[in-house]
Design a protein around this ligand. Sequence first.
Ligand SMILES: C[S@@+](CC[C@H](N)C(=O)[O-])C[C@H]1O[C@@H](n2cnc3c(N)ncnc32)[C@H](O)[C@@H]1O
Length: 236
Amino acid sequence: MAFKHWPLVRDLRFAQKCGRYLRGARKRRPDLNWDEFHRIARHFKQDDMGSFPERGYLFQLASDLPVDAQVVEVGSWMGASTCFIAGGLKGERMKIFAVDNFRGLSTCGEDAAWYNRHFRALGANSTLEIFRENFAALGFTPRSEPVVSDSVAAAQKLESKRGAIDFVFIDGDHSYEACKADIEAWTPLVKRGGVIAFHDFGSRADGVTRAIFETIKAGRFAEIVGVAGTIIAFRM
Ligand SMILES: C[S@@+](CC[C@H](N)C(=O)[O-])C[C@H]1O[C@@H](n2cnc3c(N)ncnc32)[C@H](O)[C@@H]1O
């Protein structure tokens, strides 16, 4: 086991990095419940899918949504990003639809190889149970509805939500074609003034960056809401 994965070393690194992030975040947005963010971050100490600024930005975007917001996440994996979003939501009827095949089925070759390695290490062929356990551990189960499906098929299933979704976060298949298809499938569901955000903009997933650039050039987004790490968010 690498030195940085020793439990004590890992805990110290987590405390330092998270503490540093939280000091800045509390100054920037003193109105948000950063203790809740910290609780979620502690639960996902071993998570390697996003940085603190990215996780914090998702939490902030969700916290800024209206009461009882309806949210879709495409690509939930084990539920880490989903929980950071869920943690920011408020109201009795808020809901996050967590869309994923939960099996790492992706047309992006690099991703597919990564998922294969992870599933071998997990000794499982789905992350759905782990997703559910994470939601339960944080007391978030009532806030989520896992949608076990391919992304585009899920958008069709949720057609009744057309124009009614407050926030869509896309972090699914990172190929150019799939990201384009996600944009086509999910933008009609976002309400006017709602937000759509993407992970991996400007990362080595260049297909995602290209698909987003083309959509910006086509004038499909009303404005840029913000950027944090490789997350970029737009208002529709
Ligand atoms: C990078 S992971 C998501 C990580 C997660 N958002 C986080 O930050 O914790 C991408 C996920 O997208 C899912 N996925 C890939 N292509 C998909 C598709 N076409 N439809 C549904 N899910 C897909 C994979 O199964 C995987 O769980």
